[in-house]
Design a protein around this ligand. Structure first.
Ligand SMILES: [Mg+2]
Length: 399
């Protein structure tokens, strides 16, 4: 079997808002074609125009190649070989960041092709499922018109998630820093009010995570606030301080009891190695595509396993990424939850419309997929519609 073409589709949600700080409103979908008519689908969570450039750009020498030109004519079943070829062939411009994020989309598509060719779901080919179902947690974003709205909406969403059957939810509690939703900023002690209100809304018998999204400038500032959270039974606190402050992460892990989680932006096992050795976090959170695809996510899982850590992947894209995360979680026993926002709780039109068949939660869990590959079918009409929205937006900017 040979790869004959790589297509990239940049998509945009027609309701896109530049203040929303949500990567769910744009997307890149890659489709890899083969001479046997089998196609593979992948997606990644990064600026889609940049990812497309990494894939489609031509190169002029051996260390600065574009991804597409490295793939054409290759056997898509040789996934490890192709990962290494893409990593080395793009090394002068890549090794981390958007190039690896783009390789992640390609890697997912290659796994999809392999599953379709062999007639098996990806989890069967990644070592076999270690569990009978996947446990999702609801990732909840607040409404932001005022502090009261913020607090009340998160508490109400969490309660609703519990009523829907979820056994866990994560509240985005981000009243400062680069992710402050719609620019709403409040003193740090008000984050405590939010976390307290959410815990009260869901009661004791419910797993609650908090995502601070880099709200605190450093470890001492964070410690001052989260010392008041020790009785809220927080499963993990995600991304409390800037990602490159690994010594700060180490302090947070050593000086209080809430497990610290991080890693959504990291690419390759090498960045996770640093996070684990220097940052000493309890939970690692690779995004399956950003880290370099299913291949690289499994390598990160091997490392996390050796350090007795939990792995709870970041996931904020469409059903393509959700499907990839489900296969990954199935084969990863140290992955107790995946981030999962059902269409009903989600604002992104892309998330709601891109797949022919939505991935649904039943009785609080997600079934193991049984279709070959990652098991999703794109709604091509919706995809082309979102692609048109993206080209129109670019045309407007270029005026
Ligand atoms: Mg997050």
């Amino acid at each position: 079997m040979k790869i004959t073409e790589v297509e990239c589709f940049v998509l945009l949600d027609p309701k896109m808002n530049v203040l929303a700080t949500s990567s769910a409103q744009d997307d890149i979908i890659v489709i890899i074609h083969t001479d046997e008519g089998i196609t593979g689908v992948g997606e990644t969570d990064v600026n889609p125009w940049m990812a497309k450039a990494c894939i489609m750009a031509p190169g002029t020498h051996t260390m600065g190649q574009g991804i597409r030109e490295m793939l054409i004519g290759e056997d898509p079943l040789q996934i490890d070989y192709l990962w290494q070829k893409m990593y080395e062939g793009s090394a002068q411009n890549g090794r981390r960041g958007v190039m690896i994020n783009a390789i992640g989309a390609i890697d997912i598509a290659l796994h999809d092709i392999r599953g379709k060719k062999l007639g098996k779901p990806c989890h069967e080919l990644l070592g076999g499922a270690k569990k009978d179902f996947i446990m999702p947690y609801a990732s909840l974003q607040p409404e932001c018109s005022s502090f009261e709205d913020y607090k009340n909406s998160l508490a109400a969403w969490a309660k609703r998630a519990k009523e829907m059957g979820y056994r866990a939810a994560k509240a985005e509690c981000t009243l400062d820093g680069p992710y402050a939703h719609m620019g709403l900023r409040e003193p740090h002690h008000r984050m405590t009010e939010v976390v307290e209100a959410v815990r009260e809304a869901v009661g004791e018998d419910f797993t609650l995570m908090v995502d601070a999204q880099y709200a605190f400038s450093d470890a001492p500032t964070c410690l001052q606030t989260i010392r008041d959270w020790q009785d809220f039974d927080i499963y993990f606190l995600e991304a409390p301080i800037p990602m490159d402050d690994l010594e700060g992460y180490r302090r947070l892990s050593e000086e209080q009891n809430i497990p610290i989680a991080a890693g959504e932006w990291l690419a390759t096992r090498f960045e996770f190695e640093e996070l684990i050795y220097r940052g000493n976090v309890a939970v690692v959170q690779p995004d399956i595509a950003r880290v370099g695809g299913l291949t690289e996510a499994c390598r990160v899982a091997d490392m996390a396993r050796r350090h007795n850590l939990k792995l709870v992947p970041h996931l904020w894209k469409t059903g393509v990424s959700i499907a990839a995360a489900i296969h990954f979680s199935a084969v990863t026993e140290i992955c107790p939850f995946i981030e999962f926002l059902p269409s009903a709780l989600c604002e992104s039109t892309l998330r709601k419309e891109l797949l022919v068949e939505d991935i649904l939660m039943k009785d609080g869990v997600l079934d193991l997929p049984s279709k070959p590959g990652i098991g999703v079918e794109l709604d091509m009409e919706a995809l082309l519609r979102f692609e048109k929205t993206a080209s129109e937006a670019v045309a407007k900017i270029n005026l």
